[in-house]
Design a protein around this ligand. Structure first.
Ligand code: COA
Ligand code: AMP
Length: 625
């Protein structure tokens, strides 16, 4: 039996024994005596009587073990032309003072804190400081508009918000404080305090009663020690797009998360304790939570926090420059980033300029790794390129090529095989298990492994109805796909109204709600269409209210503006076309899949349930224009 098969079967046949063993690799305050137990909602919970602190695992434990002088974090910021680094003991010192600053303002275990920050070390410190106190952080991506921030404030009820005076996108300085003020103005829940980290590129005016200057407060703060929490206590809430306008607050616990991430660093990413690990993402996404902050630090690596882009900061050689300069062993980024590099440097001329001898493996995730990008990266870098498939809800890979157990041959279009701990099945609409090469819903058989969400914040019903009730005994991921006859999984895309733009998960349902708010619009549909660089881009089709006369270009501009204002620039909503009517079934359901197929120039079958087939020819004509 292969090493992978052996480990996979161990985890499948006796999950408690398997995960009890993995739990030995983290430093508990009180080791768990119970490995797996159902909670009052009937949800499986890992290590329920274990006591720990995630910040302790990420910082203090290494200092205690004599690794305090090792570099924990390197900040590399081409957009500010600066760099700095923190050893484990320096990072612990900073984080414990930030925790002290929060505690002084009344933040305690279980309180929520929203973090709305650019990619600066203080963003990671803020997360770790919350973890240190047992407070629950909720990081909101800086590309989201005030309305989105307000929705999260109203759901999470934070006691405090931590922000910075500005972010920097390429060469544009974006003041953050006015966005936070606007969000607080429109939210119903009001935080007590807003901590503002002042950056030299733009200083924020601190004129609100809730404002506090971060640097001044830290200077006065007393260091705070790690507060013990239960394994099942929440570490963070991370909002992610669902099919409605209201994002889902994915809850992550402390114990299962630490155990699963620690396991993944060896089994999947195959990085040694002192290795240099670089995940190129943003702390606003799950990749940033798991693989910029928590996993590399829990594992004792040096993590790189990069404030820049794959291209134009200053050129398409940035990734290779950072890898060479900081001796990166593992690089992890979204395929979009490599498509952007490929577009500007298709021959890979920049790659040859740098010493990449320390770089072992390049991992990609967050969206489909398209075969042309895979083969370009393989050919130009001559490094193993490893796809891995997962989602905010799980916090770590579901399917991957387990480089630390047994590297397997790569098949283009497949993320390889289920990670030990996950038992996957492909199900048809009736919930029956399908065989090889049959496409259906990808479902994880319960119990879900450690780190997977136990609930949706403030809305357990949504967790049950959205993921668990569809096929009893299974968790439904929201992606469709199939296994080939070698057991490789091929992801074929979302089965719901979620799209993926430049590795960012967005809801077309939410965009529809915003577009429909325009006074001239009777109804609309937003679908994700293929894009060479960003994977997908949203396209809006709108039907005007009877009698409304508009200038088409002006209307499109207005619609683009409201999506930007309500959701944010990150939605990349740039196109809205007027149609007479939307194609629908006789029961009134908009045929979004067919619209997408037409927009992508794919062959499509006219659905037998269509109400008015001529509505499709109109869409074809409008899209041709
Ligand atoms: N704060 C404020 N605005 C932000 C932002 C942030 N943190 N991140 C993105 N935006 C804005 C951008 O400035 C841009 O605004 P614009 O329409 O005014 O130009 C808009 O959101 C769209 O951003 P993006 O989709 O990132 O496009 P881009 O053209 O700026 O950059 C790439 C293109 C390919 C370089 C960029 O998408 C990239 O680096 N992708 C990698 C993907 C990635 O890491 N995803 C995380 C996966 S987990
Ligand atoms: P997020 O929760 O933002 O990480 O987005 C998760 C979704 O992104 C998944 O449900 C998939 O639809 C998509 N996704 C992530 N990684 C991959 C991958 N390696 N291959 C295909 N799709 C992916």
């Amino acid at each position: 039996m292969s090493a992978y098969q052996e480990e996979y079967l161990l985890a499948k046949e006796d999950p408690k024994k398997f995960w009890a063993k993995q739990a030995e690799h983290i430093n508990w305050f009180t080791e768990p005596s119970i490995i797996l137990q159902q909670d009052n909602n009937g949800i499986e919970r890992w290590f329920p009587d274990g006591v720990l602190n995630t910040c302790w695992l990420a910082l203090d434990y290494h200092c205690e073990q004599g690794r305090g002088d090792n570099v924990a974090l390197i900040y590399d910021s081409p957009v500010t032309a600066s760099q700095c680094q923190y050893t484990y003991s320096q990072l612990r010192e900073q984080v414990s003072k930030i925790a002290g600053m929060l505690a002084k303002q009344g933040v305690e275990k279980g309180d929520r804190v929203i973090i709305y920050m650019p990619m600066i070390p203080e963003a990671a410190m803020a997360m770790l400081a919350c973890a240190r106190l047992g407070a629950i952080h909720s990081v909101v991506f800086g590309g989201f508009a005030p309305h989105e921030l307000a929705v999260r404030i109203d759901d999470a009820h934070p006691k405090a918000i931590m922000t910075a005076s500005c972010g920097i996108e390429f060469t544009t300085v974006i003041p953050y404080k006015p966005l936070v003020d606007k969000a607080i103005e429109i939210s119903h829940w009001k935080p007590n305090k807003v901590f503002v980290f002042q950056r030299p590129q733009h200083r924020a005016e601190l004129s609100q009663s809730y404002d506090l200057d971060w640097q001044e407060e830290v200077a006065k703060a007393q260091p705070h020690s790690c507060v013990p929490v239960l394994a099942t206590d929440p570490l963070y809430i991370l909002y992610t797009s669902g099919t409605t306008g209201k994002p889902k607050g994915v809850v992550r616990d402390n114990g299962g998360h630490a155990v699963a991430l620690k396991y993944s660093m060896g089994a999947i990413y195959n990085v040694p304790q002192n290795g240099v690990y670089w995940a190129v993402s943003d702390v606003g996404w799950v990749l940033g939570h798991s693989y910029i902050v928590y996993a590399p630090l829990i594992h004792g690596c040096t993590s790189i926090l990069y404030e820049g882009k794959p291209v134009k900061t200053p050129d398409a050689g940035s990734f290779w420059r950072v890898c060479a300069e900081h001796k990166v062993n593992v690089l992890f980024a979204a395929p979009t980033a490599f498509r952007a590099i490929k577009k500007e440097d298709s021959d890979g001329a920049h790659i040859g300029k740098y010493d990449l001898s320390k770089l072992q493996t390049i991992f990609m995730a967050g969206e489909r790794l398209d075969p042309p990008t895979l083969s370009w990266a393989q050919e130009k870098t001559r490094k193993p390129i490893i796809d891995n498939w997962w989602q905010t809800e799980t916090g770590w890979p579901i399917v991957a090529n387990p480089m630390g157990i047994e590297p397997m041959p790569v098949k283009a279009g497949s993320s390889t095989k289920p990670v030990p701990g996950y038992h996957l099945e492909i199900l048809n609409e009736q919930g029956e298990v399908l065989g090889p090469n049959q496409q259906g819903f990808i479902a994880i058989k319960r119990p879900l492994p450690p780190s997977c969400l136990p609930t949706i914040w403030q809305n357990h019903q949504r967790f049950e109805s959205g993921y668990l009730d569809i096929f009893p005994g299974y968790y439904v991921c929201g992606d469709g796909g199939y296994f080939d006859s070698d057991g490789y999984l091929f992801i074929m895309g979302r089965i719901d109204d979620v799209i993926n733009v430049a590795g960012h998960r967005l809801s077309t349902g939410e965009m529809e709600e915003v577009v429909a708010g325009h006074p001239a619009i009777a109804e609309c549909a937003v679908v994700g269409v293929s894009d060479e660089l960003k994977g997908q881009l949203p396209l809006g089709l709108v039907v005007l209210k009877d009698g409304v006369k508009v200038n088409n270009t002006q209307l499109e501009e207005e619609i683009v503006d409201i999506v930007r204002e309500k959701i944010g620039a990150v939605a990349c909503f740039k196109q809205a076309l007027i149609v007479e009517r939307l194609p629908k079934t006789r029961s009134g359901k908009i045929l979004r899949k067919t619209i997408r197929q037409i927009a992508d120039g794919e062959d499509y079958a006219v659905p037998s349930t269509i109400d008015d087939p001529s509505s499709l020819s109109e869409i074809e004509k409008v899209l041709e224009r």
